[in-house]
Each structure stands twice: as C-alpha cells, then as structure tokens.
Design a protein around this ligand. Structure first.
Ligand code: GLC
Length: 530
C-alpha cells in the first residue's frame, strides 16, 4: 500500500509570484486560494509553498524572523488556516518550507543572542572568538558571494556564523533548547493541518564541532564562483548532520502520514544516506536531472544507478526545476521541455513540478536595474541569479499576465513570452504543453504501474532512452528522444507489441508498435505493452 506522497505529484508554488490578490504586485495566500481550482483541474496532489513567514526578505523569505507566523505581505495566520482548509477540501495536501539552518538576524532569538555574551540565548547561534590576528575564526566561506561565513559583532567582540548572508545567522542545533524550540515549530504547523515539510539546506544543519578549516579546491579557477574555492568537508554533510535528520523525523512521525523532504545538494551515494534506516528523510530531494548533462545515455545511467543505490524500502523522487535553478524550458528548449515533462511523470518516484513548468514557461528577462536576488548581486557574472526563474506565473494574455492588476508593477517583471505563452491560451489549445502535462498526470494517476510500478531500463540507440514500468503483469514502455533528430529503435526483446497511449505531440494515440519504435524529433511516447 503506497502513501499519498508516494503516489502523488508535488507542485511547488513560489508565493511571491503565483497570484497577487491585493494589488501590491506580490503574490499572497488569498491569491493561491483563488488558483486552487486550477491546480485541482491540473491533477496534482500536493502543493509545497516556499516560505511565507515574517521576513525582512534579505533572501526573499529564506530569512525567517518568526517561524510561527505569516508575513503580512502574504496574509495572516487565518489566511493560512483558510488555505489549508480550501486545499484539503480539494484533496490537495499542503507542504511548507522549514528553514532550520538559519534564521533572520531580525529574529528575536538572534536579537537576544547578540545582546551579550551571557544572554541565555547566546548559544542558540554559532559564536566564536576571533582568530589571533583578529580575523574570522576559520576559513569557511559564505555560499552567497564567497566572502567569510563569519561576521564580527563589534559590541560583544565575537564572530557569528552565516552560511549564507550576514542577515541569515546559522542556528546552533547542538544546543538542546534551540533544538526543542525548532522542533516545536514542526508541531505548531502540523497541529494546524500542514501535511509535511520541505527542509531547507538539510545537509548543513550540523557543522564540524571542531571548526576545522575546509581544504582548498585544487582545480579552482578565478572564473569559478568564489564560494567554490574550498571543498566543503566541514560545513556540509558532516557525520553529525545525520543526527539532525533523525530529530526532525521523530517529531514528524508524531503525526500520521506527514512527509519530510530534504533539500540536499549531494552526489547520489551521499544523498541516499539521508533515507537513514527509514528514520531520516522520506524524500531526500533528487536534483540530478537538473545538474546532469541532458543526454539519453547520461539520464539512463542516472536512473539506473539511483535505483540500485536506494536502500531497501526507500521511495525515489525526481525534480526538474525550482526557485533556485534556471527553468527547464530555458535549459533544454521548448520542444525538449515537453519530453522532459514526460520523463518526470513516468520515472519511478514522486515528481515535483515547479509552478509554470506545466506550461513550459522559460526564464524571464531581468534588466540589470531590476535585479533583486542577493546571490546575483554578490556573485555577478556567473549566471547564478535566480530572479529569471521567479517571474510571475503567466496566467493569461492580458496586462501583467493576470498575475496582478493591470496598473500595478509586479515585484519582478512578467516574462516577455506571456502574450502567447500562458495558461489560459493553453487551456484552449488541445496540443499545448499544458494539455500534455495534464494528460500525463491523468494517465499516471489512473495507472498503478505508472505511479507505483517497478522500473527497468532497456538498451537504447544513441539519443534515445527506453524503459519499462510494470506491476502485476501490467507493463508500460516509455520511449524518449533526447535529440532534435528522428530515431528508430528496435523494440526491446521483452516487448513484442505496444500501443501508444500518449505522445508528447499528442497525436499518435492508439497506434500499434511492432518490432520497432519510430521517434520523431524531441518525441516521447508512453505505450501499453500488449
Ligand atoms: C535554499 C533555498 C534558497 C535559499 C537558500 C538559503 O537553497 O532554496 O532559495 O536562498 O536555501 O536559505
């Protein structure tokens, strides 16, 4: 028997950019509620909301100044209760972001912590004495900008650690009182009906207890992002970090059928360790489709090794996009984005769809004077800026794409593609990307073999990836063309005939394949094996 988060499809909402209901150019919770019918129509099972907590927005909500509140920009706690109720009424689960590695420097905990060395909350953050020369305690670098991960607090004469911005001091999970306070945050939201958490930078909670220097990266060059100068041996994925996972999981297990998802940027082998023995993450996020070259052979090898590395009982998952990465339609192109959605929704494991990817939204264009992302501001020129993938959802072809009132300036400009590339137009267009996404979702939901069946891959000609999903003798063949050239592949020996149930081009349904499969440029086929 599979659970909702195994069968289901997760849809990530970046609340600032989904729907503005009060005309301030920033999306909000009542706006999300207005769009729940759309999500129900689309057929997804759960929404994950990027942070909606009170925040000075130094990192657009990933700097939390109150873990048990709602930012007035997004609404009120009552709006959150309303959203949870409305979502549940539509059989949609609600997953919230949990930013446990660091808070905002405006959080009252940090205000107290920095007030004096003997404040009871001093140890809730990570404070160290200066090095003998008065400089930072060690060589650790900030992920944002590559400067020291330490800032000196003049008044108390010590440095505090911030893995990201100086406005995002790291919490000290080795302190039992801090730990209890943060675990209570999980309980607070579960009591309100939240169905799970996506844990921000889950691989960074516990740093090296001895604060050892990170080694230099031998192959580092000046043109690489400054923070990559060091190999992060002592700041991420430390042996102690797995402890933190268990603390979180134990609390999540106090409530039935909640899901714990971890944001992890780790090689497969290290990532799968975050399942623990069924006592850590339910779903350590698998970002490898984003970071691997977009090639059939690479993708097959990735899926095969992921499957072989998964511990017994562990459930896989796949991600094609999020608020930190360039959009899939920009990375692989519009035609391949359709194939990519076919891949995402037929692989074994829980898929996460980033808002707008269901219509093939590309990155938006951000003029230099509209750049907001602190990562871009601090490391310009490396293409790291995340504003392009955070532009407003393109709902329709009207002014501001239906995201906010026509006379209001949205917080980030609406993408130039919106007059033709938008959800309303695609709803009317039988062969649109939205139509394809919705058909894929419906097929996946309807067919147990596709949402919970086994996976095995087949030898495939260059440029193509063929695999099977099967359960109880019901077998499905997925054939994907990763290139812009047609490919003909013999059918695998184990498949004598198959009937096309869906093509990325939405036009071959019912066609019988025997002996071979012909894939047009950028085509993906989902077929039932006869
Ligand atoms: C995660 C978030 C990202 C944020 C960072 C710091 O990677 O996804 O948006 O900037 O953590 O909190």
């Amino acid at each position: 028997m599979t659970l909702w988060w195994q069968r289901g499809i997760i849809y990530q909402i970046y609340p600032r950019s989904f729907q503005d209901s009060n005309g301030d150019g920033v999306g909000d919770l009542p706006g999300i509620i207005q769009r729940l019918d759309y999500l129900q129509w689309l057929g997804v099972d759960a929404i994950w909301l990027s942070p909606t907590y009170p925040s000075p927005m130094a990192d657009f909500g990933y700097d939390v100044s109150d873990y048990v509140g709602v930012n007035p920009l997004f609404g009120t706690l009552a709006d959150m209760d309303w959203l949870i109720g409305e979502a549940h009424a539509r059989d949609l689960k609600v997953i919230v972001d949990y930013v446990g590695n660091h808070s905002s420097d405006q959080h009252v905990w940090f205000q107290e912590s920095r007030a004096s060395r003997n404040n009871p909350r001093r140890d809730w953050y990570i404070w160290r004495d200066p090095a003998p020369d008065g400089g930072p305690p060690n060589n650790w670098l900030s992920r944002f900008g590559g400067g020291p991960a330490w800032t000196l607090d003049e008044a108390t004469g010590q440095y505090y650690l911030h893995s990201f911005l100086p406005e995002q001091p790291d919490l000290n999970w080795r302190n039992p009182a801090l730990r209890e306070a943060m675990l209570d945050v999980l309980r607070f939201w579960m009591k309100r009906g939240v169905d799970g958490f996506r844990v921000d930078v889950a691989h960074r909670f516990m740093k090296d207890a001895q604060f050892r220097d990170n080694p230099l990266r031998p192959a580092w060059r000046e043109d690489m992002p400054p923070y990559s100068r060091l190999v992060e041996v002592y700041t991420k994925n430390t042996p102690d970090n797995l402890e933190a996972n268990r603390w979180l999981r134990a609390v999540v297990d106090e409530y039935p059928e909640r899901v714990l998802i971890g944001e992890l940027f780790l090689p497969l082998r290290e990532m799968v360790a975050y399942y623990g023995e069924g006592d850590q993450y339910h779903l350590p996020f698998n970002f490898h489709l984003i970071f691997s070259p977009w090639r059939a052979d690479v993708t097959r090898a990735l899926a095969d090794s992921y499957e072989s590395l998964l511990p017994a009982g562990a459930w896989p998952n796949w991600v094609l996009g999020n608020h930190d990465q360039h959009r899939v339609a920009t990375r692989v192109g519009a035609a391949q984005a359709r194939m990519a959605m076919t891949l995402l929704l037929t692989l074994r494991g829980t898929p996460t769809i980033y808002y707008g990817d269901e219509i093939g939204m590309p990155d938006g264009e951000i003029p230099p004077d509209r750049v907001l992302d602190p990562l871009e501001k601090r490391s310009p020129g490396h293409g790291l800026g995340r504003d392009p993938e955070r532009t407003p959802m393109q709902w329709d072809g009207g002014p501001q794409a239906g995201f906010c009132p026509p006379d209001v300036a949205p917080w980030l400009p609406v993408g130039a593609s919106y007059p033709t590339l938008n959800a309303a137009a695609q709803r009317e267009e039988p062969t649109s990307m939205l139509a394809l996404t919705r058909r894929l979702i419906a097929l996946r939901r309807e067919q147990p073999a596709l949402h919970e069946g086994d996976y095995r891959s087949f030898a495939s000609p260059p440029g193509a990836f063929l695999f099977e999903r099967g359960q109880d003798g019901d077998r499905w063949l997925v054939a994907l063309n990763f290139t812009a050239e047609p490919i003909t592949s013999p059918l695998p020996e184990e498949v004598s005939r198959a009937v096309v149930r869906l093509s990325t081009h939405l036009d071959r349904e019912g066609e019988t394949l025997a002996g071979q499969v012909e894939l047009r440029a950028d085509e993906g086929l989902v077929c039932r094996v006869e």
